[in-house]
Design a protein around this ligand. Structure first.
Ligand code: AMP
Ligand code: MG
Length: 403
């Protein structure tokens, strides 16, 4: 059986080898959060475009503003003011943060380090040339690469695009991800479940995960555990870039997902991973659609989506697959798990101590979602290390929507 690392690598290799990123579209920069850039964006001018004051104070010539010196203040410059006149020798001007420093001045003295009497300003500290000024062009020259193709647009990237005037950005379309829950016991969240039914929480959590991953969820109706219903709904799902199924992949008599997919010509790259929860996870391809069959217990569905579907969505979105961001932490309480499988336990990573430490949360197994609302990560218990003492170092997988 594959380790989760090898299974994840297989997803990445297959997706990189055989998936092409989605076609592109032009979007207003204000609508482009979470999209992946399909063009390079260059700076339109120097940054900053003028010698910029970074403090409120006085623009001076350093040689004239030594400690104890006094200068006449001849005026003021606000952010946005046109600055044409050079600083006259023997004078200073009051200047505000973000304003252009006049030629001749080579330092800005913070107002806190001066005293003023009428228009005479006295300097309380030594002045260094260049202080509190960001020189024109020091952040970027005109035509420099500001944002590379393949970059996912977060708030900082959007700010850079806006700064350089890229009000329309060419991005890859989001991969469309069909979400198909399965199970005779599953009812829509809008219906009242019978005594032995459960509400369809997986379709909701999967759609949320798809959105957070930069995909476009396409929710389908739940499929019953019957070949005809499954086949019809899988067929709908195969119109999209990716089909994510929940449930129906275990060993039970009514776990029909894999056999129905096989009947429809699917090719499988793995159908088991040495992990808990998440062991029966299936990854394959059917026609042009990537298929993830995730186990139905909600926590299994969530962990396996993050481990396996997320990097495939990155690649289809036009980005590099995000790395598996495992953090190291100190275990707060001892652990004992069954050997042979890597366990992912809902856990809480805390920073109140000098180094991060982590505590597995009490839970009732992979059906217990309420525990996850207190968890910000999964504690990764390696297959060959079932007993871990308090104080030892362990790996944690942060929840990708929380940390
Ligand atoms: P399965 O993987 O089909 O054997 O499902 C395992 C368990 O996961 C079921 O017994 C349900 O309790 C739960 N489950 C399956 N599908 C869903 C769903 N869509 N939403 C919430 N829980 C589910
Ligand atoms: Mg089922």
């Amino acid at each position: 059986m594959l380790t989760f690392q090898d299974a994840r690598q297989l997803v990445i290799m297959q997706s990189q080898g055989h998936a092409s990123p989605r076609p592109t579209q032009d979007l207003p920069v204000s609508d482009a959060l979470g999209y992946v850039l399909a063009q390079e964006i260059h700076t339109d001018r120097e940054y900053p475009p003028f010698n910029r004051a970074t403090r409120d104070g006085y623009a001076v010539r350093t040689s004239e503003a030594s400690q104890g010196a006094a200068l006449q203040c001849t005026g003021e410059i606000k952010a946005g003011d046109n600055v044409c006149l050079p600083l006259m020798s023997g004078t200073c001007v009051q200047i505000m943060t973000g304003a252009a420093v006049p030629s001749g001045a080579d330092a800005v003295v913070m107002i806190e380090f001066t005293r003023r009497s009428n228009d005479i300003v006295t300097f309380d500290r030594p002045t260094q040339s260049g202080q509190n000024i960001v020189p024109r062009g020091s952040e970027a020259h005109a035509g420099d690469l500001a944002l590379s193709s393949g970059l996912r647009l977060g708030y900082a990237e959007l700010a850079v695009a806006a700064q350089v005037g890229a009000f329309t950005v060419r991005c890859h379309k989001k991969p469309r991800v069909a979400i198909l829950s399965t199970g005779d016991e599953v009812v829509p969240v809008t219906e009242t479940p019978g005594p032995f039914h459960i509400r369809n929480s997986n379709s909701i959590s999967l759609a949320a995960q798809v959105q957070l991953a930069g995909g476009e969820p396409v929710p389908l109706q739940n499929a019953l555990d019957r070949v005809d219903d499954l086949a019809a709904k899988i067929e709908q799902g195969l119109r999209e870039d990716v089909l994510v199924l929940s449930g129906g992949v275990s060993m039970g008599k009514y776990d029909l997902v894999e056999s129905v997919l096989k009947g429809m010509g699917a090719e499988f790259f793995f159908d088991a991973v040495a992990m808990r929860p998440g062991k029966p996870t299936v990854f394959g391809r059917c026609g042009n659609t990537w298929v993830f069959g995730l186990p139905g217990n909600p926590v299994s569905t969530m962990v396996t989506f993050q481990l396996f579907a997320l990097p495939a969505l990155d690649i289809l979105s036009g980005a590099a697959p995000r790395p598996l961001a495992l953090l190291e932490a100190t275990l707060a309480e001892p652990l004992k798990e069954k050997a042979g499988l890597t366990h992912f336990l809902p856990a809480r990573l805390d920073w109140r101590a000098s180094a991060p430490y982590v505590r597995a949360l009490p839970w009732h197994g992979s059906g217990d979602i309420s525990t996850l609302t207190c968890a910000n990560c999964f504690l990764v218990v390696p297959a060959d290390r079932p007993d871990i003492a308090a104080g030892e170092k362990v790996s944690v997988l942060p929840r990708f929507d929380v940390l």
